[in-house]
Design a protein around this ligand. Structure first.
Ligand code: SF4
Length: 470
């Protein structure tokens, strides 16, 4: 999972993209990058590096990124090692100069790369984005004469026909404007908005989350639809086309974990959905005759706070924030590799002993993926005197890999995939595990359809070799 943003029609585009990346920092902390395009000098300028946004960009770096178009990326890597050649945005210069950033994964990456290689394309990275870039340039160079948007439409249509996976893309194309498109099921998020500059010209912004639009003062136009291509021309004209007809399946994990609580996805408030998920969970707890001894409801900060509040209200028991998070340690799920993840969990939480000692705790988390964090937190609570711990997960059991950009690639790593409920409880050291099920997710999200392949092993594309670099 990554954060992406693209802004056009703004004198300080790179500065705005920088602010947007700070807002999207929770979506990835491995690296950050911005490419700006200055039509007056016909130059593209890029700065990208490993690290968080505030480490990668200072005043000096931003000052060099001139122009009224800029795209940005903050990276969440789904493989162990991060290589500089994989950093985004990436560029090509034939037949058009294109700088591109994306969020997601191609599930048929290897086939596409093999085909492109046999056609004479050369690669410098293992990043899916480079394949998307080469697909675009191949199709654009083969396109017949005509208006640029027509050529772009046929190129992106071919990409959407051949590229399987979940991906959202923003790109600036020399002399032609800023474009955005989304995979045919709309798995990875992308929204856009508009605002009027002081001189009455229009500025457009594409971003992974509505929080960016709100913060930067853009009026939200809506979601980029599944399989939709949008091009904002240099004069501010917006052209768009729906290129596919598949049912939209946005990733349910955005509402559960990834997206900022202040964002809205598919018209559904993330915060409100998390409250709903907590209420749904409360019905499970209420039905359990054993769970009559709960003293306090405790969230695992930060993502599960809203759900824990709603759950505690629904069952009428006190809500207590007894896990104190060290905010300077990165989110453990976003860390690469199990060892780093374990180390992060160790550093991440402290416990308010006086609030826990002798109590039976209902711990609420957004999900149980590998179980590393849950196991550690349960132990921490017990070490600080908790008498008994129940664990409630707003996300249903994750039993299958995600091929579309979330880092739970193999069933073996998923703690719920091969264990019975009793085995899972013993493994995590809890008296009981409560999960929402898929129907609870439906109830919490209302009419919105969503991808749930990791919950039911039914995938929208054929399952192929796994490739994960974002
Ligand atoms: S498989 Fe799961 S995590 Fe992956 S996109 Fe679908 S819902 Fe999201």
């Amino acid at each position: 999972m990554c954060g992406i943003v693209g802004i056009t029609g703004s004198k300080d585009a790179s500065s705005k993209v920088h602010q947007a990346l700070l807002i999207l920092q929770h979506r990835g902390q491995d690296s950050a990058g911005i490419t700006s395009h200055d039509p007056r000098t016909a130059r593209f300028m890029t700065h990208k590096d490993l690290g968080q946004v505030s480490e990668v960009f200072g005043i000096k770096e931003l000052a060099k990124l001139t122009g009224d178009i800029a795209i940005g990326h903050t990276r969440y890597s789904t493989i162990g090692e991060i290589r500089e050649s994989d950093l985004q945005p990436m560029m090509v210069s034939y037949p058009y100069t294109v700088a591109m950033a994306h969020n997601g994964n191609l599930s048929n990456y290897h086939e596409l790369k093999r085909d492109l290689t046999t056609q004479g394309h050369f690669f410098t990275s293992d990043n899916d984005l480079e394949v998307l870039l080469h697909l675009l340039t191949r199709e654009l160079s083969q396109a017949s004469e005509g208006a640029f948007f027509d050529k772009l439409t046929s190129a992106v249509k071919e990409i959407l026909r051949t590229a399987e996976g979940g991906f959202s893309v923003v790109a600036t194309i020399g002399g032609e404007g800023l474009m955005a498109f989304r995979d045919r099921f709309g798995i990875r998020p992308l929204v856009y908005g508009v605002k009027r500059n002081e001189d009455r010209t229009l500025s457009h912004c594409f971003a992974s989350e509505t929080s960016v639009l709100n913060f930067l003062g853009y009026q939200t136009i809506g979601e980029v639809a599944a399989g939709e291509l949008i091009l904002v021309r240099p004069d501010g004209t917006l052209l768009k086309k729906n290129l596919t007809k598949e049912e939209k399946l946005p990733c349910m994990f955005e509402w559960i974990y990834f997206a900022g609580a202040e964002s809205t996805i598919e018209g559904r408030s993330v915060y409100e959905t998390r409250l709903n998920l907590g209420r749904e969970l409360a019905t499970k707890v209420r039905l359990d005759p054993e769970a009559k001894d709960i003293d306090i409801v405790v969230p695992v900060p930060d993502t599960s706070r809203a759900s824990a509040i709603a759950l505690s209200e629904a069952i009428g028991l006190p809500y207590r924030e007894v896990l104190i998070k060290n905010r300077y340690v990165q989110r453990s799920f976003i860390q690469n590799g199990q060892d780093r993840r374990k180390m992060t969990v160790n550093l991440k939480f402290n416990v308010i002993r006086e609030q826990v000692e002798g109590k039976t705790v209902l711990l609420v988390d957004d999900s149980i993926v590998r179980g590393t964090t849950s196991q550690k937190i349960v132990n921490l609570l017990k070490e600080h005197g908790a008498k008994k711990v129940y664990l409630a997960s707003t996300c249903p059991p994750i039993v299958s890999p995600c091929y579309y950009g979330i880092d739970f690639p193999t069933s073996g790593e998923l703690v719920a995939s091969s264990r019975s409920r009793t085995e899972l409880e013993a493994y995590l050291g809890v008296a009981r595990v409560y999960y929402n099920d898929i129907s609870n997710l439906h109830d919490a999200l209302g009419e919105v359809g969503f991808c749930r392949s990791c919950l039911n092993s039914e995938y929208p594309y054929p399952v192929r070799e796994v490739h994960h670099v974002s």
